[in-house]
Design a protein around this ligand. Structure first.
Ligand SMILES: O=C(O)CCC(=O)C(=O)O
Length: 269
């Protein structure tokens, strides 16, 4: 599957796209696999705060296969090129609101997130809200819109009242957004389920130090490798293209992350 030129123009212009029902036929096994990851934590999610596992899809071979799925890989290739990098995954039981933020400020290359919400959500029950066009970092709007991260003090507007689009979802819908896009959610339950796949354009050979810094910055827990073992173990030649750049830099990963906390734990953000 490829995104059409109109879908690409929409993404370029607004910084996100919703693909309704794209994984509808698969959502039963995807949800079962999602649930199968969480028992690795000692504590069960009790709704008092967000529980997050990183890397997430990497824990289960079936979830890893999403990286090869022609629909997911097709979206990634359309937005990032045939040799895109897989940049990891997080799985979440969210509790409550997520304030306005960008996931990064990437100028040199595009980073995107593919998000699968596993419950039906609308704007008042925790659907992802986005500010269209806010991914354009250096447009005047892209600069001014930073005020939303302190909306109450800077604009006298509460987070939920910031003008935005709520991306209502049912399980099987796929949301794709640029890491530079401002996003948030409000009114969600204490058990809102979601996981992501992060992907980016391949780094140039002259930018590998930047890639090394990036993967260390995103190392939340002590681990042997940026990727989970199931992701590496089950990779065929096609997937390896999307892992090889990060894989090549992971030789000293265990040493560099040795002071971070260890899974299993109740992961907090
Ligand atoms: O669903 C949410 O509450 C926020 C999701 C989010 O911020 C993210 O995945 O980066």
């Amino acid at each position: 599957m490829e995104l059409t030129k109109e879908q690409l123009a929409f993404f370029d212009t607004f910084g996100f796209i919703k693909l309704s029902g794209l994984l509808k036929a698969d959502i039963t096994w995807i949800t079962e696999e999602f649930e199968a990851v969480f028992p690795m934590l000692e504590e069960k999610h009790d709704g008092s705060k967000r529980t997050m596992i990183v890397p997430f899809a990497d824990q289960r071979e079936k979830l890893c296969s999403l990286v090869d799925d022609p629909r997911i890989a097709g979206i990634a290739k359309s937005l990032l090129g045939d040799d895109f990098n897989y940049m990891g995954s997080d799985g979440n039981y969210y509790t409550g609101d997520t304030g306005w933020h960008r996931d990064g400020e990437n100028r040199a290359r595009r980073h995107v997130k593919i998000a699968l919400y596993l419950d039906a959500l609308d704007g008042s029950s925790g659907a992802l809200r986005v500010i269209p066009g806010s991914h354009r970092l250096d447009d005047k709007f892209g600069v001014d819109v930073k005020r939303v991260s302190q909306s109450q003090t800077a604009l006298h507007v509460a987070g939920p009242d910031v003008p935005a689009v709520a991306l209502d979802v049912v399980p099987g819908d796929v949301l794709v957004f640029d890491h530079n896009l401002f996003h948030a959610s409000f009114g969600g339950s204490t058990h809102r389920r979601m996981f992501t796949l992060n992907l980016c354009e391949r780094f140039g050979e002259d930018a590998l130090d930047e890639l090394r810094a990036y993967i260390l910055l995103h190392a939340h827990f002590k681990r042997e490798h940026y990727y989970g073992s199931a992701m590496l173990r089950s990779a065929g030649p096609e997937r390896r293209v999307h892992l090889e750049q990060v894989d090549a830099l992971c030789g000293d990963y265990a040493e560099r992350t040795k002071d971070l906390p260890e899974l299993p734990l109740k992961a907090l953000i």
